[in-house]
Design a protein around this ligand. Structure first.
Ligand code: 3PG
Length: 208
């Protein structure tokens, strides 16, 4: 599966900050059961790599990837841990080159038209628009639709259940990313039924 095929699997990619390996598997199972199989585990905690590996090994129905991948060394680590894709908040030339040569599906982050053009030149057609709300949100995506007609986006950052439908209605939005389906407090208490309910609601969001 390439990145476009992965993004096509669900309207929302849960962005997960996992504090322990033990939490990772039941969290992933609840999200998948709710209808969100594509999961992004951010490299922001000590447990992130172990969490990613545990999901990859124990939740085969999930398509688990790594987020907050900032450089080629991290890209290599997440690929070895079993990530099926990688996401970055922005992108460097080295990271884009490493992603291309690794063969790992890659969702590089952009915030400007020039960044999007640079990545399009390198063959990336699906880009993460980050931080979406802070960087212009719906207005930005509508404005770039005509000039960047070949590109599609996964806006992430500040998106809520209330704003997600308007993003998903845009023709240049493939899916959205967000942490709202796995709120920290809910995850900390192990309330997997609530996570599953949030995922089930998110999974029914319509795309254009
Ligand atoms: C992030 O990097 O934290 C993601 O963009 C998720 O953002 P959110 O918490 O605003 O959904």
């Amino acid at each position: 599966m390439d990145m476009a095929a992965i993004a096509a699997l669900a309207p929302v990619i849960p962005v997960l900050t996992v504090e322990s390996r033990e939490t990772a598997v039941p969290l992933a199972r609840a999200l998948v059961k709710g209808g969100l199989p594509v999961l992004e585990v951010t490299l922001r905690t000590e447990a992130a790599l172990a969490a990613l590996a545990a999901i990859a090994a124990e939740v085969p129905e999930a398509v688990v990837g790594a987020g907050t991948v900032l450089n080629p060394v991290q890209l290599d680590r997440v690929q070895r841990a079993g990530a099926r894709f990688a996401v970055s908040p922005g992108c460097t030339r080295d990271l884009a080159a490493a992603a291309r040569s690794s063969g790992l599906p890659f969702l590089p982050g952009v915030q400007t038209v020039s960044e999007a053009m640079t990545l399009a030149d390198q063959g990336f057609r699906l880009l993460k628009f980050f931080p979406a709300e802070a960087a212009g949100g719906l207005i930005w995506l509508k404005a770039v639709g005509a000039p960047l007609a070949d590109l599609c986006f996964c806006p992430t950052g500040g998106i809520t259940p209330e704003t997600a439908p308007a993003y998903l209605a845009l023709p240049n939005v493939a899916c959205v990313g967000g942490s709202w389906v796995a709120p920290r407090g809910v995850v900390a208490t192990g309330d997997w039924q609530s996570v599953e309910r949030l995922a089930a609601t998110a999974s029914t969001l319509k795309r254009r």
